[in-house]
Design a protein around this ligand. Sequence first.
Ligand code: SF4
Length: 325
Amino acid sequence: MECDKCSRDAVMHAAYSGAHLCEDHFCASVEKRVRRRIREDSMLPRDATPENPQTWVIGLSGGKDSVVLTHILDETFGRDPRIELIALTIHEGIEGYRDKSVDACVELADDIDIRHEVVSYEEEFGVRMDNVVEKDPENMAACAYCGVFRRDLLERFADEFGADKLLTGHNLDDEAQTALMNFLEGDVKQVAKHFDASIGDFDKRRDAGEFIPRAKPLRDIPEKEVALYAHLKNLPAHITECPHSSEAYRGEIQQLLLKLEENHPGTRHSIMAGYEELAELTAREYRGENGGDGSVDLNDCERCGSKTASTVCRKCRLIESIEAV
Ligand code: SF4
């Protein structure tokens, strides 16, 4: 099949748009959609100047998504004096897995010459995921512990580096899966957080200016296209799956969505279009803009000082229960 835009062979066909594209036009299309998302989300404020630059911290895991995100951001803004890019890698302490992906991160950061920081659960919390999985004091999936620890470190270090934005490599499939999971679990507060994540939280952290806005510039790009882009650009992505990956429910939703997408191309895009509208409506309701009062008063965690709705934050409670075993 020929590319729709030139006479070269197409390397991909997107059923949701009907497009057939060659390597060059496919890569250009991915980059264009990422840049459009950055523009539409107003990620770069008008008052950013070389004298008043923005700091964007990128969560770089070494997987294809964050590697593609870092590469495209560097291609787009690498020589823009209004933006400083910092890559932040979290080492969870997973033997034979994370060391290789950290190598991929180091290689990429060296190639494009951006500041790269690596922080570990072991140094920051005194735990390694391999041991957490063995102890499992809360009888939970590995990812439930890991997600709490990762979020804490991403936010804490992004804050320490003076980040104006915290960017992650979530793609369209990730986002549509999360949307469907929140909906099927009836978790309306999580739906609202999808909207607020980009502009602040509906809890008091937003008012206190303690929330670093999140951004997901790849959220319009299907997972397969991210993988193809990484392959065509020969990026140093690490593709092995984590041995503790345990999100069985997400796996079921992923299979369901793939089937729906196959039978009804465009399903992921339409889920996200509706979800974003719903998220904005519910976020406004929680903030009290429609007469409701869903805002949450936050305290400083007694142990680490981070913001929490109770006296001790979830991360500190988890570490305590791991240490007690
Ligand atoms: Fe952590 Fe789960 Fe990701 Fe493994 S798959 S790194 S346990 S969140």
